[in-house]
Design a protein around this ligand. Structure first.
Ligand code: E4P
Length: 217
């Protein structure tokens, strides 16, 4: 499973990238706003650091302007994935941009039918939002599972990019049901290391190291 980082914070991406944990990056207008940076500048910096796909989202809602924005975004670097919303115009833009050979990430997916349309339109990635479904008492993970089944039934190559991840359990469950990629905030990826038995076991080993005076260097 590939790990994308869901942020536009350069330092946070760099820390995980140095550990080999970053297969790509996703951004959205809210994350760009949070970074306080210019979208083109910050996206260029991210693309220079990370070799995998970097999603940058269009701002328009009509297909023609989305296509024009997408063509401008892909000039930033060869690893840009143009992110378009799951609307009829977004699907039109997806079809044109993917036919031109660009990676397209179709975002704001909340149903299997939407995921089917995105795959038919040639999306490289489909982004179902787990957390936002959970927020309204629906089951985000069930959607990931259903899209996996439907894509496999028909051999669609669009990659399932599990998004809106809020917890470490979302990551483990996405892996269990066969998402191709997860995108998560850096804090959630880092929290995957935590286990109380690891802490307890290490405390016991450290106590014995001290008691026995064990030294290596
Ligand atoms: C994905 O591409 C989105 O940027 C992101 O995962 C949305 O997450 P949120 O629902 O926590 O804002």
């Amino acid at each position: 499973m590939k790990f994308f980082v869901d942020t536009a914070e350069i330092a946070a991406i760099a820390e995980l990238n140095d550990l080999g944990m970053v297969d790509g990056v996703t951004t959205n207008p809210s994350l760009i706003k949070k970074s306080g940076r210019d979208i083109i500048e910050v996206t260029r910096e991210i693309c220079a650091m990370v070799s995998g796909p970097v999603s940058a989202e269009v701002t328009a809602t009509d297909a023609d302007t989305m296509i024009a924005e997408g063509r401008k975004l892909v000039e930033i670097a060869g690893n840009i994935a143009v992110k378009v919303p799951l609307t009829w115009d977004g699907l039109k833009a997806c079809k044109v941009l993917s036919d031109e050979g660009h990676m397209v990430n179709v975002t704001l997916c909340f149903s299997v039918n939407q995921a089917l349309l995105a795959a038919k339109a040639g999306a490289t990635f489909i982004s179902p939002f787990i957390g936002r479904l959970d927020d309204i008492n629906l089951d985000g993970m069930e959607l990931i599972e259903d899209i996996r089944t439907v894509y496999d039934n028909y051999g669609f190559e669009t990659q399932i990019l599990a998004a809106s991840i809020r917890s470490v359990n979302h990551i483990a469950d996405s892996a269990r049901v066969g998402a191709d990629v997860i995108t998560a905030p850096p804090s959630v990826i880092k929290a995957m290391v935590n286990h109380p038995l690891t802490d307890k076991g290490l405390d016991a080993f450290l106590a014995d190291i001290k008691a026995a005076g064990i030294k290596i260097l």
